[in-house]
Design a protein around this ligand. Structure first.
Ligand code: PMP
Length: 362
């Protein structure tokens, strides 16, 4: 049998061998809607596609520092280019930050349930993941997270809006939290969905960073969601130079392509047009969340481009019911179902199916 190689005797770190690989949402068939990965349903703008083609030839390496994009984002947010760091998706920057700050035996605190990559990134660094349960409204319990800090804590991740449950952390809550956390602990504010937020009291990483004394905070943002570049893999961090220099040190060199940088620059040029789409998605989200609540589902405050059905033990069955109707959603067994806000018609379909599913549940 030539279909597989003989077993290798190579020793793998046991904590890595024990770790399941990242689980991606299902891919959709041509007759279904893919609502399982919080992607942007809009096609890329023509100007972004043109920019992609105009990027440097593929036989040349990219600019390792993504200098033009750092310059542009620095100007956009009123910080120096050294206070901006670009990565192949914001998740790769998070990995770099954790590697830079947390080593074997150190602790990484985050809320649970939250983004599925967090535990794996902590374990890969050799660190100990410390999960602090969300409260009854599926929100971060920041006082409990601050209380979980020990002298081994090196990183705390706060996800606002929280993936997959939806609620934000308020600005006041975050300020109080920072006051309770030692200044030598890195606080990563994961704002992958920041642009979709409509709650006026939500934390805003850029505002936090403008406040003196908060130089242990890094804000993490991405072009994957609001700007629709998920497939190109490009995200950014804003924060203190010393912290971002450490992330640059732990990064894999040259992982951001010239094509991704060029498309990100073009997206910033077209920002107002793209943010108009974001507004449309946020409106669909509100209609979807409201509609689901009207038919009896428990849906926490939804501030990203997705809604959360708190389906508990029914999560897998509910997701399968959507699946059968051509709506690919994301189940979290025993907990809930996350549904991304997609095409206009998909919102109507979700509401129809949700209404029929609710009638079949015990
Ligand atoms: N943070 C959160 C909370 C996310 O949901 C995601 C994407 N699912 C990411 C970070 C990573 O996004 P990307 O690497 O595409 O920038």
């Amino acid at each position: 049998d030539r279909s597989s190689l003989p077993d290798a005797p190579v020793r793998i770190r046991p904590e890595i061998a024990a770790l399941p690989p990242y689980r991606q949402g299902k891919q959709a068939g041509s007759d279904s809607y893919k609502l399982s990965s919080n992607e942007n349903p809009f096609d890329p703008l023509p100007s972004v596609l043109i920019a992609l083609q105009s990027a440097a030839a593929v036989n040349r390496y990219p600019d390792a520092t993504a200098g033009r994009l750092r310059q542009r984002l620095g100007a956009r947010f009123g910080v120096s280019p050294d206070e901006v760091h670009i990565g192949a998706g914001s998740v790769s920057i998070l990995a770099q930050l954790i590697l830079a700050a947390a080593g074997p035996g150190d602790e990484v605190i985050y809320a649970w349930r939250s983004f599925e990559a967090y535990p794996g990134l902590a374990l890969v660094a050799g660190a100990v993941p410390v999960e602090v349960p969300l409260d009854a409204d599926a929100r971060h319990d920041l006082p409990a997270m601050a209380a979980a800090v020990t002298d081994r804590t090196r990183v705390i991740i706060v996800c606002s809006p929280n993936n997959p449950t939806g609620p934000i952390v308020t600005h006041a809550e975050f300020e109080q939290f920072l006051a309770a956390v030692p200044r030598d602990v890195l606080v990563v504010l994961d704002e992958a969905y920041a642009e979709f937020v409509t709650a006026p009291d939500a934390v805003d990483g850029m505002r936090v960073l403008g406040t003196s004394g908060h130089d242990n905070v890094v804000a993490l943002r991405t072009f994957s969601k609001a700007f629709g570049l998920a497939g190109l893999r490009i995200g950014y961090a804003i924060g203190h130079r010393r912290i971002l220099d450490a992330a640059r040190t732990t990064s894999i060199p040259l992982s951001v392509t010239a094509q991704a940088e060029e498309a990100a620059l073009a997206s910033l040029t077209a920002e107002s047009e793209l943010l108009e789409r974001v507004r449309v998605i946020a409106e669909r989200r509100d209609r979807l969340a409201e509609g689901l609540r009207e038919i009896g589902w428990r849906v926490p405050d939804a501030q990203g481009n997705f809604v959360w059905l708190a389906a508990g033990d029914q999560a897998t069955a509910v997701a399968e019911a959507f699946d059968e109707e051509g709506l690919i959603v994301r189940p979290f067994a025993g907990d809930g179902v996350r549904i991304s806000v997609g095409e206009h018609e998909s919102v109507e379909r979700v509401l129809q199916i949700a209404a029929s599913v609710v009638r079949t549940l015990p």
